[in-house]
Design a protein around this ligand. Structure first.
Ligand code: MG
Length: 206
């Protein structure tokens, strides 16, 4: 499958990633070194996984896609981003894993995108891999956002990039934790290199 076909599929996949920001992720992934290792935290139904995975495929890389697939706080019943069609009738819980898996198969990316199902902090406590790119787009609450940042930002290689989604400078536009971890990165060895919408891309200098 060509990259253009994969990107067209990404655009049809349910999710919260605006097209221009998804394409920015694709460009970022394909600009990584040959054989790059990438990580995304927060995968939902696989929309961003396909944008990143398409870029990773072009450089012979691998994308690890980490999610517990039970939805974040803001995805649960009664919250703003709830989708009843994603509830598993067997147990009444949100489950995006079958949708994510189908997306990766449809995009013919099973040899490039590897799913990890579990809690970010727990996975990080047992895995020591470092990455050419880390994309944080998990839970946007205080606890999950800081856990994702503290766990995975130190795993970005020097010269590698940390991308953070839903960073809003103006509190009226969105929640604070993604902005706060972005600010922390700026004071902890990362430099702003590009932005697109609410996507911020930082490079590790030291
Ligand atoms: Mg997001």
């Amino acid at each position: 499958m060509t990259s253009d076909e994969r990107l067209a599929l990404a655009l049809l996949t349910p999710g919260f990633m605006p097209p221009d920001e998804g394409l920015a992720l694709y460009e970022l992934a394909r600009s990584r070194p040959e054989g790059a290792t990438l990580l995304e935290v927060g995968a939902w139904c696989g929309r961003s996984s396909v944008f990143l995975g398409t870029g990773a495929a072009e450089v012979g890389g691998v994308l690890f896609s980490l999610d517990h697939h039970r939805g974040s706080e803001e995805n649960q019943a009664g919250w703003e981003y709830f989708d009843a069609s994603l509830v598993d009738p067997a147990d009444g819980r949100l489950n995006t894993l079958p949708h994510w898996q189908r997306t990766i198969a449809l995009a013919d990316l099973e040899a490039v995108v590897v799913g990890i199902v579990g809690e970010s902090g727990l996975v990080g406590s047992r895995l020591s891999t470092s990455f050419d790119l880390v994309f944080i787009d998990g839970g946007h609450g205080e606890e999950p956002a800081w856990t994702d940042y503290r766990t995975w930002a130190p795993r970005v290689k020097v010269g590698g990039v940390l991308a953070i989604h839903d960073v809003f400078h103006d509190p009226a536009e969105g929640g604070r934790p993604p902005y706060e971890i972005y600010c922390a990165a700026l004071s902890e060895g990362f430099e702003d290199v590009s932005r697109c919408g609410s996507l911020r891309v930082l490079e590790r200098l030291t």
